[in-house]
Design a protein around this ligand. Structure first.
Ligand code: SF4
Ligand code: SF4
Ligand code: SF4
Length: 424
């Protein structure tokens, strides 16, 4: 075991391999508040990469309904239960100290519990480097099990709750969670593989399975806490999201050699997704890049949070949490930064509102943004506090500094000429 730095936990942690950070890291931000579960992203991936025989139940991208849904079924409940049991056995608690640590290296404070790697070590599971389990075939049967199923009333389980829903928290609720491989900084799949068939690319941090080396032992399936490697019975090897790497490499003619967002990101109808490459320092923390939209959302505004950071893999997918969902549920899922993130999203700063407009304005990856200030167009009160909206323009630039997006906060209105009133 080596010691690596996990900035999402605000502390070093045990990991089977030494620290080896890529030059750039594949990362993405999802705004859960906007997703309509249309599954266009899911089908974009499926029709590109997993349409062949033996891949019928394989959904590298899926959108599931929380809290009951999951693909494979109940994946997060199962791993959380295993972690809880490990903490109970060790007489420990999985708690966060949000005030501890140095802000730049521990933005969410310090996690004082055990990760999946540390829990496996504590339990002396000789065969496993991480706590995990292998789902049954039945559990893989649906990418959105319990679709649109809300929680019941806390008090009365067999009747509808007819109380009107109001913010800040709804009593009856569900939300959509969009999922793909997180191309983790400390991947459990990679650590688990006895064949060393899984590798993380130094140029972009993408995690891949070498199909020639894999022998289908399924250790990655068992030990990835997010359950994103999948076994293919026809070839008897495991497969997973490849981050559409030809697009990241700029192989698609559309972006003229520049990095392009992946299929599932570019297809998003709800405009909830933004994906990019971020620069990483030697200890795995993000190098300062103030005008990078992902850096701004994750490190400056801290409005987007990692999914189950306590697992310890340092996932590179970040989520703007849903506003209406009870906070304890969200804190378990996204860590202690939830309350501040929701507050920021509810009354967005002028800059945040502008950057949020960049989502899905370009298939070419945005590496830098600039804001051109516009006039004040609205004054109102949110949660009893004054708030103003400005019609700023945000401009996005590609890696080579080419302008690839220009959009205003207010959507322009175009009135059709009376002469062509009823034509297209
Ligand atoms: S395409 Fe976008 S809006 Fe539709 S399900 Fe996927 S993430 Fe949600
Ligand atoms: S999400 Fe799972 S499969 Fe993807 S890199 Fe992380 S541990 Fe590996
Ligand atoms: S990044 Fe590409 S391979 Fe991965 S889930 Fe999205 S579309 Fe599929």
């Amino acid at each position: 075991m080596s010691e690596v730095y996990n900035w999402q936990l605000g502390r070093p942690m045990s990991y089977p391999h030494p620290q080896a950070t890529p030059q750039w890291q594949f990362a993405f931000v999802f705004n859960t508040n906007r997703c309509i579960a249309c599954q266009t992203c899911t089908m974009a991936c499926k029709s590109t990469w997993t349409f062949s025989k033996g891949q019928e139940y394989m959904w590298w991208n899926n959108v599931e309904t929380k809290p009951y849904g999951g693909y494979p079924q109940s994946w997060d409940v199962r791993i959380l239960e295993l972690l809880d049991a490990a903490h109970r056995d060790a007489g420990r608690e999985a708690i966060w100290d949000p005030a501890a640590g140095e802000a730049a290296k521990a933005p969410y404070g310090v996690f004082d519990g055990m990760t999946i790697f540390e829990a496996a070590r504590e339990q002396a599971r000789r065969e496993e480097v991480a706590l995990g389990y292998e789902p049954t075939d039945l559990e893989w049967r649906s990418p959105n099990f319990y679709e649109d199923t809300a929680t019941g009333s806390n008090a009365v389980r067999d009747r509808l709750n007819l109380d009107p829903a109001t913010l800040p928290e709804h009593q009856t609720w569900f939300f959509y969670l969009q999922r793909l491989c997180n191309h983790c900084s400390y991947p459990a799949c990679l650590a688990a593989c006895p064949r060393r068939a899984i590798y993380k690319r130094p140029e972009d941090g993408i995690v891949l399975i070498d199909q020639q080396r894999c022998r289908g032992y399924r250790k990655c399936v068992a030990q990835c806490p997010y359950k994103k490697p999948m076994f293919r019975a026809t070839t008897r090897v495991s497969e997973k999201c490849i981050a559409c790497y030809p697009r990241i490499e700029g192989k698609d003619p559309l972006t003229e050699g520049e990095p392009m967002e992946t299929r599932c990101m570019a297809a998003c109808v709800g405009k909830i997704r933004m994906q990019g490459l971020v620069q990483v320092g030697e200890d795995g923390t993000w190098a300062e890049d103030r005008q990078h939209p992902l850096y701004f959302l994750v490190q400056v505004e801290k409005v987007a949070l990692p999914l189950y950071p306590q697992f310890g893999t340092q996932p590179n997918g970040y989520y703007i949490p849903p506003r209406w969902v009870p906070r304890p549920y969200l804190r378990q899922m996204f860590g202690p930064g939830v309350d501040a993130a929701i507050e920021k999203y509810t009354r967005p700063s002028r800059e945040l509102l502008a950057v949020l407009q960049l989502f899905r304005t370009s298939q070419t990856m945005v590496f830098r943004y600039e804001i051109i200030e516009g006039p004040k167009v609205l004054e109102m009160t949110i949660d009893g506090q004054p708030w103003s909206m400005y019609n700023d323009t945000v401009v996005g630039y590609s890696r080579n500094g080419r302008e690839v997006a220009r959009v205003t906060v207010e959507e322009p209105k175009i009135e059709r000429d009376a002469k062509h009133y009823n034509s297209i």
